[in-house]
Design a protein around this ligand. Structure first.
Ligand code: GUN
Ligand code: ZN
Length: 439
């Protein structure tokens, strides 16, 4: 019997998920793990999780069973900041942020006035997310409204929970990408009315960064946000020192870069700020009070030489933090690889990233950053059944090293240091198989 013709489905394997942030020390009780577990789904939602030995005998006869014994099942990864139009410029040599934008990013994004191109890239991009075990993402489109339609249509087809929006940029932008305060407002409003809340899709108002929006555009963007309090906001802040100095020049009356967004009403719940590297204590306090979230983008921060994220201070202050690839400044779609780099960034910053906290950042932490933890992020009953099946034996080296891993924390740490899309055996969306690794 196929999955869709039976409302009940059972998944067997080594199953783990986070109940809360395990903290810097990696509190074991924050993670629930069933070494031989069974996840019972109904109509694509989690019904029950427990030991296979207890749940299997109670299963109604003919319940379809996907047996992933020997593999590790976890909630699907949540990438809280990524640019789909930058797929084709990932791994572009030799620049820091502002030069990288001009030399590689803007020319690539200019091509998205062509809907056919946007659809082709969107399709590849979502396939790549699923290959990496990522089931939800907060995604930049370009300034072209048709680029937003393309990514939402592709995500809707795959039933993905995805957030996206039209980039707003009316200054310091090439003509092919520039909008205006009025057209940006109008196009964003039309798009959010079309897409926000359709199936699993959510709209994010997307000023590229303070340096590429005029004051009139930021005023209109703040108005749009005020008119739609349940809609998301995504932008960049304090990524690169030259960028910070430039924004301070452009907005001499604001206390800080972050204060520019605050001033225009863009710092609030459901606002997600990528990078957050060069902030001061007042900024961090304000982030915490506002309910906004940080997207930690380690591969991007290393690639562009931007700086080292301060996770401990953010979490100690109670700031929501999600993990993010930030492709194409980020160098991998894989959240496993991104965790591996997060570990190294934090090492350089004198901080620890325990394997359990790493798992949290890639799953429940991302869901909390996006205010979606009532829907995704772990296997609590009623949640949407998005999950990834990881193969601890995916490569000869993984298999060899895994033989010496004594518990879940050690297994997951090995996966995040050595794993990538090769370790993703399967990805499920709403309980249905959305990707299987070809052998
Ligand atoms: N700041 C403004 N735009 C961008 C972008 O596309 N990528 C990154 N990493 N930072 C930005
Ligand atoms: Zn970015």
């Amino acid at each position: 019997m196929s999955i869709s013709s039976n409302p009940l489905v059972a998944i067997r394997g080594s199953i783990a998920h986070c109940l809360r942030d395990p903290g810097a020390a990696g509190d074991v009780s924050a993670v629930e793990w069933f070494e031989d577990g069974l996840l019972l789904l109904e109509h694509g939602r989690v019904m029950q999780l427990g030991p296979a030995s207890e749940l299997l005998p109670q299963l109604p006869a003919e319940t379809p069973l996907h047996d992933h014994s020997g593999q590790l099942i976890m909630p699907g990864f949540i990438d809280t900041h990524i640019h789909y139009p930058q797929t084709d410029i990932i791994a572009s040599y030799g620049k820091q942020l502002l030069d990288w934008l001009n030399q590689y990013t803007f020319p690539a994004e200019a091509q998205f006035d062509d809907s056919a191109h946007a659809r082709e890239v969107a399709d590849f991009f979502l396939a790549e997310l699923l290959r990496s075990g990522t089931t939800s993402a907060m995604v930049y489109a370009t300034s072209h409204p048709q680029s937003v339609d393309a990514i939402f249509e592709a995500a809707q087809q795959r039933q993905l929970r995805l957030l996206s929006g039209k980039v707003l940029m009316d200054r310091n932008a090439p003509e092919a990408l520039a909008d205006s305060a009025e057209s940006g407002y109008r196009d964003s409003k039309a798009l959010l009315e079309r897409w926000h809340g359709q199936d699993r899709l959510l709209y994010a108002i997307t000023p590229r960064f303070a340096a590429s929006s005029s004051e009139p555009q930021l005023i209109r963007t703040g108005q749009l946000a005020a008119e739609h309090p349940d809609v998301y906001v995504q932008t960049h802040v304090a990524e690169n020192k030259a960028e910070v100095a430039w924004v301070e020049e452009l907005f001499p009356h604001r206390r800080s870069y972050l204060d520019v967004y605050d001033h225009y009403g863009l710092l609030r719940e459901r606002s997600v700020f990528a990078h957050c590297l060069h902030l001061d204590h007042a900024d961090r306090r304000r982030m915490a009070d506002s309910g906004a979230a940080m997207a930690f983008c380690p591969t991007s921060n290393l690639f562009l030489g931007s700086g080292l994220f301060d996770l401990d201070t953010a979490r100690t202050l109670g700031i929501r933090v999600g993990l993010a690839t930030d492709v194409g400044a980020g160098t991998s779609f894989s959240m496993l690889q991104t965790l591996g780099e997060a570990y190294k960034v934090l090492q350089l910053n004198g901080q620890a990233l325990s394997p359990y906290r790493a798992l949290y950042l890639a799953t429940l932490g991302g869901a909390q950053a996006l205010y979606l933890d009532d829907k995704i992020g772990n296997f609590e009953p009623g949640k949407e059944a998005d999950f990834v099946v990881l193969d601890p034996q995916a490569t000869p080296l993984l298999a060899r090293r895994m033989a010496h891993a004594r518990n879940l924390a050690e297994q997951f740490f090995v996966l995040m240091m050595l794993g990538d899309d090769r370790a993703v055996a399967a990805t499920y969306v709403l309980g249905e198989l959305a990707h299987t690794r070809s052998v």
